[in-house]
Design a protein around this ligand. Structure first.
Ligand code: 13P
Ligand code: SF4
Length: 381
């Protein structure tokens, strides 16, 4: 059975004795908010899984769980967990991925920043990254000697796919003198052409610290606009230019949803991701990365939330904070949701070439410098 750590989130303390790698895998404890399930190394049962997943209500039939569905998942979950032990593999799961993966087989769950740190710190020989390709690539850039496997069937992310290395080289010619800051939602080739990588958890603080006033941010247009607004709010003199990419999930949200919910649920807190349009962020009570949003929800006394981000985060809230309620609807990311237990098992058993992340060393080295700059800036706190 797995032990899930909530990376970069600190929802729960992470005592070393509970570390999957440090504990000699003797026993596992899954602690979810106000309930705690003790799981031994023996297999998970449908009862245990259903107890975890039964509170999930948002997102329609893809995201909701019957006892029968849990019975179907359990043999796969147990086989994956056994194989994972046998092969010394670790499974990293983004919070948008389906809950049966997150709670069934995930060793670490979190946002892009937290998961990249988990990837950097793991002692496992194989990393299975249940998320999207650019996150698997980030793990490989940081761990060139490890096997990184991506089980997701749909290879993409509308942001990462909006720009390539040639585009960046052209922009660098046009905007010489600018520091090129790339969002982590970019390919390894794009990172290799940029100066500093950022994630939704650290973009504002890092750009604020970059000594150059001239910043070219790519590829997310909305995050670029939000960044510009935040630098002005902080009274910092920055000339921010940005590319035109968007996330197809977050660009869907508008202020009409916010105003409707504010009328129907006056006490609800509106939370959004910085990939949303500036008008949405300006009208939100909290804006942050997926892990920062979960932390905010844990710490606030509010009981109702409108989540303007992918449904997986709403599912986590329903599992981990059953006394809090999601109002309104959410949207699915087809790329994140293309991760299935069947494919995690398949890549662990018999990976195909397309499941393996391979990055030419010359690209990897330059992309590593860009990621390293992010870790250097965040260490300056
Ligand atoms: P986070 O880093 O906040 O988890 O965001 C990743 C992402 O792809 C959001 O759409
Ligand atoms: Fe990419 Fe948007 Fe999906 Fe995040 S939610 S992985 S930015 S397409």
């Amino acid at each position: 059975m797995n032990l899930l750590f909530f990376s970069a989130l600190d929802l729960f303390p992470r005592p070393a004795a509970f570390s999957r790698e440090a504990a000699g895998r003797a026993y596992f404890v899954l602690r979810i908010s106000n309930f705690k399930i003790m799981l031994t190394k023996s297999k998970i049962t449908a009862d245990q899984l259903y107890k975890i997943l039964k509170n999930i209500k948002v997102g329609g039939s893809v995201c909701t769980y019957s006892y029968k569905k849990c019975e179907e998942f359990v043999p796969l979950i147990n086989e994956i967990n056994e194989l994972k032990e046998e092969k010394n593999a670790v499974i990293l799961v983004h919070s948008y991925v389906s809950p049966e993966i997150l709670y069934g087989v995930g060793d670490f769950a979190g946002d892009s920043y937290g998961l990249s740190k988990n990837a950097m710190e793991t002692k496992a020989g194989i990393i299975v990254f249940a998320a999207v390709r650019f996150m698997g690539e980030t793990a490989k850039i940081l761990n060139p000697d490890k096997e990184v496997l991506i089980p997701g069937l749909l290879d993409g992310c509308t942001l990462a796919d909006s720009i390539n290395a040639k585009d960046v080289r052209g922009l660098r010619k046009e905007f010489s003198g600018y520091t090129f800051v790339c969002y982590v939602n970019t390919s390894a080739e794009v990172k290799a052409e940029c100066d500093v990588c950022v994630t939704s958890a650290n973009v504002y603080d890092i750009v604020a610290r970059i000594p150059n006033e001239k910043i070219y941010f790519l590829p997310d247009k909305f995050m670029g606009m939000n960044l510009d607004a935040e630098m002005k709010r902080r009274g910092l003199k920055k000339e921010i230019r940005y590319y035109h990419g968007t996330c197809y999930v977050h660009e869907e949200y508008g202020t009409e949803q916010i105003f409707k919910i504010r009328t129907e649920y006056p006490n609800a807190k509106i939370v959004s991701h910085p990939e949303c349009a500036p008008k949405v962020c300006e009208n939100s009570d909290y804006v942050g990365s997926t892990s920062q949003i979960l932390k905010y929800m844990k710490e606030t006394d509010a009981k109702e939330f409108l989540m303007l981000t992918e449904c997986g985060l709403s599912s986590r809230l329903e599992v981990e904070f059953p006394d809090k309620k999601i109002v309104g609807s959410c949207t699915l990311c087809r790329y994140m949701k293309s991760n299935r237990l069947e494919d995690i098992l398949r890549v662990l058993k018999n990976p195909l070439d397309r499941d393996r992340v391979v990055i030419p060393e010359s690209v990897r080295r330059r992309a590593h410098t860009c990621l390293e700059a992010m870790f250097q800036y965040t260490a300056k706190n």
